[in-house]
Design a protein around this ligand. Structure first.
Ligand code: UDP
Ligand code: MG
Length: 318
């Protein structure tokens, strides 16, 4: 029997975990004639009682595995830890807040049976605030230019993949993880399915506007060096324009015999060039910073506690 590993990163989710478990379990029990399953919860250094709630759930269900981080390392680290711990033939990544409907798993498995390697959900943005949609769309448009990878607009982390895909993803050990990019980067035959954008059942979103901006910059700089090229090209354009301008000023002065007056033009161009330079240095620093963090080779997360359900027995048998 094939096994499905459900991976759930959770940060301060005490309010939703039980109902998430109930709903997901219901769906998973529907398919037990064909699939075995395990649930892997990654407590991402929650400050509330997430870990205790999980431990209580573990007491009654040995299919529940818990990995608990020493502090908040972010969802990307949670996904990596979950995938590393999983041993199913398939892995599903899900949010804890039921925004990802468990019943979609059944649909995903159908596509896998048809021969796809991975199934990804695309959320339609009908119910989202307009401003958020606008920024999200701009972000995806920018990302399209990245190194030969395509990240479909609205694609979420909620997806199912075969063991082969999981192993490919685990090979990418970079510290600056941008999962959406990594999922696309590894390739494989992907099926996209559109899903409804659900409301969170309880608790609060962990994303602020600031957080999302950081995520966007992270995404772009993790996957493409295009901003560096834009900086180079704007440098070249400005140099050419200023050269033409300089020649024009010299000729005009020679012909008319008078200096070209122009405090305004001088100060504007000085400030303009100054601005461009700062932006360029900023872009450069983003990449240098990335190299710095990458070169330190730190682990993506530290595990404080690990409670593995029936998996321990499996390993002993092997
Ligand atoms: N999450 C996490 N670590 C974080 C932030 C979020 O593991 O630092 C988890 C969170 O518990 C949830 C999922 O990532 O299961 C998605 O987060 P959220 O629902 O807050 O994001 P949104 O759906 O609003 O984009
Ligand atoms: Mg959510």
């Amino acid at each position: 029997m094939k096994k499905v590993s459900i991976i759930v990163p959770a940060y301060n989710e005490e309010e939703v975990l039980e109902i998430f478990y109930k709903e997901t379990k219901k769906v998973l029990e529907e398919i037990t004639d064909k699939y075995d399953y395990e649930l892997i919860f990654v407590d991402d250094g929650s400050k509330d009682n997430t870990l205790d709630v999980l431990k209580n759930m573990h007491k009654v269900d040995e299919k529940i595995n818990i990995i608990s981080f020493s502090r908040n390392f972010g969802k990307e680290a949670g996904i990596y830890a979950g995938l590393s711990a999983s041993n199913g033939d398939f892995a599903v990544i899900m949010d804890a807040d039921l925004q990802n409907e468990p019943k979609v798993i059944i649909e995903m498995l159908k596509y896998i049976e048809e021969g796809y390697d991975t199934v990804t959900t695309i959320r339609n943005r009908k119910k989202e605030p307009k401003v958020k949609s606008f920024f999200a769309k701009t972000f995806y448009r920018l990302m399209q230019g990245a190194n030969n990878i395509e990240i479909k607009e609205g694609s979420q982390d909620f997806r199912l993949m075969t063991r082969q895909v999981v192993d490919a993803i685990l090979q990418l050990k970079e510290y600056n993880r941008f999962s959406k990019g990594i999922f696309s980067w590894v390739g494989f035959k992907t099926k996209y399915i559109e899903v409804e954008n659900k409301e969170r059942v309880a608790g609060k979103t962990k994303w602020s506007f600031k957080g999302l901006t950081k995520y966007a910059i992270e995404g772009i700089t993790s996957f493409t060096v295009k901003p560096l090229r834009i900086a180079t090209i704007s440098g070249i354009i400005i140099s050419i324009v200023s050269l033409i301008l300089a020649i024009q000023i010299v000729i005009q002065t020679l012909i008319s015999g008078k200096d070209v007056p122009g405090y305004a033009s001088t100060i504007t161009s000085v400030l303009f060039i100054g601005g461009i330079q700062l932006v360029t240095i900023g872009i450069l620093s983003e990449y240098v910073g990335k190299i710095y963090l990458e070169i330190k080779g730190r682990p993506q997360y530290i595990i404080k506690e690990e409670i593995l359900g029936d998996k321990i027995d499996h390993e002993n048998i092997k």
